[in-house]
Design a protein around this ligand. Structure first.
Ligand SMILES: Cc1cc2nc3c(=O)[nH]c(=O)nc-3n(C[C@H](O)[C@H](O)[C@H](O)COP(=O)(O)OP(=O)(O)OC[C@H]3O[C@@H](n4cnc5c(N)ncnc54)[C@H](O)[C@@H]3O)c2cc1C
Length: 454
């Protein structure tokens, strides 16, 4: 059986890894590296002795935790990929909102960093935000633990903006904590964030331990960069094609034709492991009504990531530096502005240098070109109510007309979601076509990765 996989992000790699040895695979990747949002790049900077040192830095997927990434941890263990402890501290900079019209700066790492600006000890607005954080954690934990009906008819499908108003959360809580935290998680602008259903936020934050004060999960990163796992999977795929964009996917009763520049090739099945909007474009007029409605409803938001060494984008007071540093947009365009977030990589990954290495998502001001090490475009899915409803229909599209869909967009947008979707697509192909190992027992063992569908 010939299977085409379009896209080499975690979703496509998971499908390929599972199907390896069971089908004749071709992995198509339009980019000039495998991995999609898993993108480790080499950086050379002087170490403590001043000797130039080259090391890998993740500019996309960075962290996972021991609680909500069971399949990813199982995959890393099966591939013998090492992980290292990471830090998930979080800081906020809000222009003009601080004492005396200064920039407000605080970070949740410890009491000293919360009050990095000591004047906030006597700032009633800041103290109100802290009190609201405690109240928010209590309310949402109760909702999640009660197993409140978060289904189709739940009141919790109301947009987050309405929920915050109804529950009388303060503007300080909304602007200096809640929206920054949500924006960091989902990398989307405030107005889109406020349209998210409450249920999505409650379920996600509870699962990830983000609304618990104690018993928070430990976060990890891949030692040496996430490309470690990509390389191990890709090495096992004989027919892997870089810089080979698929231009069209044509379906007929016999199977699928994959159109690339100058070639048309026939396959028995295809796994569309690119983004929902990209899949829709590739299917074009051949998309069924269901496919068209579902794929169009799950939109993507463009983001620009800049890798650099300019620490001046971080809070002015180093006491407020954190692993994730959110910078609120100037008030005029705060609602529609893209999220601006500075990842301080030295806190997230073990690096051999002390010089700050930063990945800025949608930086508010240009970074000096002499300090820029690279620039990348990463789109994120937008999970508004239309998208959440559309996700429930993805299952019905699977396997129709020799086509399976995979991608982090089918879940919450995270790595575990991408992985699970790829595993699920592969499993469904195996079951539909009764695939058995071509040779040896290793492929069969691989299909049964521990933790699959955990
Ligand atoms: C800056 C950033 C940080 C993140 N951090 C985390 C994190 O810490 N933890 C976490 O869990 N998640 C994180 N994410 C979310 C991350 O996007 C997902 O975890 C996941 O990597 C997405 O995987 P995917 O396979 O769905 O899509 P992608 O990784 O985007 O893969 C899709 C692939 O399809 C290819 N493609 C598209 N069109 C075509 C075509 N026509 N022909 C051939 N190939 C095509 C693309 O080039 C791409 O390689 C982060 C994302 C970003 C951008």
């Amino acid at each position: 059986m010939r299977v085409a996989i379009v896209g080499s992000g975690i979703a496509g790699l998971a499908a390929a890894h599972t199907l390896q040895g069971l089908a004749d695979l071709t992995l198509f990747e339009s980019g000039d590296y495998f991995g999609g949002h898993t993108h480790t790049v080499d950086v050379t900077l002087p170490d403590a002795q001043g000797t130039p040192t080259t090391f890998g830095v993740d500019t996309g997927f960075l962290v996972l935790n021991e609680r909500t990434y069971p399949n990813l941890l199982a995959l890393f263990s099966a591939l013998d990929v090492s992980i290292a402890k990471s830090d998930m501290s979080f800081s906020v900079q809000a222009d003009g909102a601080g004492p005396g019209g200064q920039t407000l700066e605080w970070s949740g790492s410890n009491l000293s960093s919360v009050f990095a600006q000591r004047r906030n000890l006597a700032n009633p607005r800041f103290l109100r935000m802290l009190a609201d954080i405690v109240r928010f954690n209590r309310i949402t934990s109760r909702l999640a633990e009660k197993g409140e009906d978060l289904g189709e008819h739940s009141a919790l499908l109301q947009p987050l903006g309405d929920f915050l108003r109804e529950q009388r959360f303060s503007d300080e809580f909304r602007d200096w904590y809640f929206l920054p935290m949500m924006g960091c998680i989902w990398s989307c602008p405030t107005d889109q964030m406020l349209a998210f259903p409450v249920a999505t936020m409650v379920r996600f934050c509870h699962n990830h331990g983000l609304i618990q004060v104690t018993n928070r999960p430990q976060w990890y990163t891949v030692a040496g960069g996430a490309r470690q796992y990509v390389q191990k999977i890709v090495e096992g795929i004989a027919d892997r094609r870089l810089a080979t964009p698929v231009r069209q996917v044509l379906r007929d009763p016999q199977g699928v034709r994959i159109v690339t520049d100058g070639h048309v090739e026939r396959f028995d099945a295809v796994v569309m492991a690119c983004h929902s909007d990209q899949s829709l474009r590739l299917l074009g007029n051949g998309a069924s009504q269901n496919e068209r409605e579902v794929l169009a409803a799950i939109r993507y938001q463009p983001n620009r990531a800049v890798l650099h060494t300019d620490a001046s984008v971080l809070p002015a007071n180093p006491r407020a530096w954190a692993a994730w540093n959110y910078q609120r947009a100037p008030s005029a365009d705060v609602e529609s502005a893209q999220v601006c977030l500075h990842y301080l990589i030295n806190r997230l990954q073990p690096l051999p240098v002390t010089q700050p290495v930063v990945v800025s998502l949608n930086p508010q001001r240009e970074i000096a070109p002499t300090q820029v090490l690279g620039e990348y475009a990463y789109d994120h899915p937008v999970f508004d109510l239309a998208a959440i409803r559309a996700q429930a229909r993805v299952h019905d599209m699977q396997g129709q007309r020799h086509t399976w869909f995979a991608g982090a967009w089918t879940g919450y947008g995270f790595h575990e979601d991408g992985l699970k979707s790829g595993l699920r697509a592969a499993r469904s192909i195996i079951d539909t076509h009764g695939l058995v190992p071509v040779e040896g027992g290793e492929a069969a063992r691989r299909q049964a990765l521990p933790g699959v569908f955990a």
